[in-house]
Ligand binder design. Structure first.
Ligand code: ADP
Ligand code: MG
Length: 619
């Protein structure tokens, strides 16, 4: 049989390779802008015609190229940015593969004009479909201008595949935003079909955001800032009240490079949970800085995903930091003292690497075997019921059960509630019934039961538990309150005051101690033990909003709304990993409730799948 393998002609191979880097005009914009940044420019102009289909031109005032470098820059794998594989781990430039210019030149008509400060004359190169048309000396300012014309002119199939001008322009603007946001120290201009779209002066991050997204953005921004040994986080989140139905401005940058991360996005959404309506999306501009060696940059050239070495620690710290910032934004300090940042930081992250929250747990520990209690980690030794240990209780108050709220999963604060001696009795045979549980989607707890399978919604279940406890505290007993060294000041609207004031007594029983200040201010001097300071503002604001939203009717009880609202704010969130003991503890508490099967808002807390239901599925 005849041999059938052939080598592809160069131009075909080039076009195929180019397809990986250049999907659409916006890809060219990204590569050219990044090259301009890498060249050390502080003034960059992007000129676009017909959504980039006719022309994309980037002019910079960076280092420029010598005649030889100019010619080499179009060779595949020609780069000035790395010399050896080791350099890959200390990368501070956007590019490093040396593929972009070669790819672009394979599928468009490109003209390059460039000059370094050392030379009086510059170089002009014209190249089309990878073929150099001419190279000559030219008069041109220091820096580089690259014009890319008629993208995909030699691959009609690709050109026809491009979307409408509106769509392609949107993509270009997205790329422009990403580069401009992460380099506020560089002035940018964008011109489309002859008119200025953006004119961004050198500024700081906040001004850059405002210059791009409009003056109204300024008041929406809540600053975020935290630094640990692993990562530095800076930037802004949008106030919860500005969350939008459409996915608005959501930007992560790692070492000034835009990235997408569903994992980190989840951390942000998690921090916002309870503060924004379902179906709305928080806005954020977050800049992470970490050593280049701690991220995997060995990724596809056009992909924006990044792998972090310490993903989980970054997640935890990001969530905590944003929660903290959100808690602070509406809270002005009452006393004018120099804030010690450590004082207000609810976690000891400032100088320490974040740690996984639920450590020091004895994996072999069975909470339902009392004789194993002594085997629990030493700090929990004194507790009789092993399952409390899970909730990272620090105080060993034997008269009370300690239970961490979701907000404090990482901060080791607890809510202290009077213990019901009967707790757990509704589960007389725990040894058999709650032996195996597992969590799915960080949302449901699944447990085999005699007749089949039970699925419990963790957030709703915890709401039920907290709701009954809070209601009991409000109506019967007084809960312990945590005295604050410096009262928290909270501004409320007249309407919010009108609904909160009548609840002063009830709130006191949940642990809130507050006083009305001049105007519509509120000074909070005591808070429930389970709540961290940064969560006070959002919890009370939400409570006021809930009360305002409630339509009074015959069955309307303020205490009920109060308990429901607090339970909702404090309950462990969907998305929170629960370990074995935490799951069992929750089940245990749930079945000690009067109405374990429905949430305070009448949603089902659990479902059961009978063996016969399963059988039916396998018919
Ligand atoms: P990479 O950016 O991965 O190195 P490119 O193909 O994008 O690869 O660029 C190849 C080389 O051309 C770069 O390494 C750089 O030396 C040079 N270069 C490209 N654009 C510019 C520019 N605007 N100013 C100065 N040098 C540039
Ligand atoms: Mg490049």
């Amino acid at each position: 049989m005849a041999d059938i393998i052939q080598l592809l002609p160069d131009h075909v191979a080039n076009q195929i390779a180019a397809g990986e880097v250049v999907q659409r005009p916006a890809s060219v914009v990204k590569e050219l802008l990044e090259n301009a940044i890498d060249a050390g420019s502080d003034h960059i102009t992007l000129l676009v015609k017909d959504a980039g289909k006719t022309l994309i031109q980037v002019t910079d005032n960076g280092c420029g190229m010598s005649p030889t470098d100019a010619r080499l820059s179009f060779e595949r794998h020609a780069t000035s940015k790395i010399k050896s594989a080791e350099d890959l781990f200390q990368l501070n430039t956007k590019g490093f593969r040396g593929e972009a210019l070669a790819s672009i030149a394979a599928i468009a008509q490109v003209t390059l004009k460039t000059r370094t400060s050392k030379l009086e004359v510059g170089t002009e190169i014209a190249i089309s479909g990878s073929e150099v048309l001419h190279q000559e000396a030219t008069v041109t300012p220091i820096g580089t201008t690259i014009a890319v014309k008629n993208l995909f002119y030699n691959i009609p199939a690709r050109r026809n595949f491009l979307k409408s001008n509106a769509v392609e322009t949107r993509h270009i603007i997205d790329e422009f935003h990403r580069v401009a946001l992460s380099h506020p120290q560089v002035a940018f201009k964008m011109i489309h079909n002859g008119s200025d779209v953006f004119n961004l002066p050198v500024s700081n991050v906040r001004q850059r955001i405002v210059n791009i997204f409009g003056n109204k953005t300024n008041e929406k921004l809540v600053p975020v800032s935290e630094e640990t040994e692993i990562v530095k986080v800076e930037g802004y989140v949008m106030k919860p009240s500005f969350a939008r139905k459409s996915r608005g401005e959501q930007f992560f940058f790692v070492n000034d490079r835009f990235i997408k991360s569903t994992y980190l996005h989840h951390a942000v959404v998690n921090a916002f949970e309870g503060l924004i309506k379902d179906g709305t999306h928080p806005g954020y501009f977050l800049f992470l800085t970490l050593p280049p060696a701690a991220i995997d940059i060995n990724i596809h050239p056009t992909k924006t995903e990044v792998k972090f070495e310490e993903e989980y620690a970054i997640y935890t710290m990001l969530r905590a930091t944003i929660k903290h910032s959100l808690g602070q934004f509406s809270v002005a300090p009452v006393l004018d003292f120099n804030k010690d940042s450590g004082f207000e930081t609810p976690y000891e992250y400032s100088k320490k690497a974040p740690q996984q929250p639920h450590v020091s747990v004895d994996r072999n520990f069975n909470p339902f075997h009392t004789d194993t209690a002594t085997k629990a980690a030493p700090r929990f030794k004194k507790q009789e019921k092993g399952w409390e240990s899970l909730y990272i209780g620090l105080n060993d108050d034997s008269a009370s059960e300690t239970l961490t709220t979701s907000e404090d999963w990482n901060t080791s604060k607890q809510i202290t509630v009077e213990s019901d001696p009967e707790t757990g009795q509704l589960f007389p045979q725990e040894e058999e019934t709650v032996q195996t549980t597992f969590q799915i989607q960080n949302k449901y707890i699944v447990s085999p039961i005699k007749s089949g399978l039970m699925v419990i919604h963790q957030h709703l279940a915890h709401q039920r538990v907290l709701y009954e406890e809070l209601l009991k505290n409000i109506t019967v007993q007084e809960a312990t309150s945590q005295q604050l060294l410096f009262p928290i000041a909270l501004e409320l609207t007249k309407k919010q005051w009108a609904v909160l004031e009548p609840l002063e007594e009830a709130l006191l029983h949940t642990g809130f101690i507050f006083e009305k200040q001049d105007g519509d201010g509120m000074a909070i001097s005591g808070i429930p033990v389970g709540i961290s300071e940064s969560n006070v503002a959002p919890i009370l604001q939400r409570l006021a909003d809930d009360l305002l939203a409630e339509v009074p009717d015959a069955g309307f009880s303020l205490n009920d709304v109060l308990a429901k609202s607090l339970a909702r704010s404090m309950a462990v969130r969907t998305g929170t990993p629960l370990n074995k003991e935490a799951r069992e503890h929750l089940i245990h508490q749930l079945f000690a409730c009067k109405e374990p099967s429905v949430s305070p808002e009448n949603k089902p807390v659990l479902i059961t799948l009978e063996g016969t239901d399963l059988d039916a599925k396998f018919m």
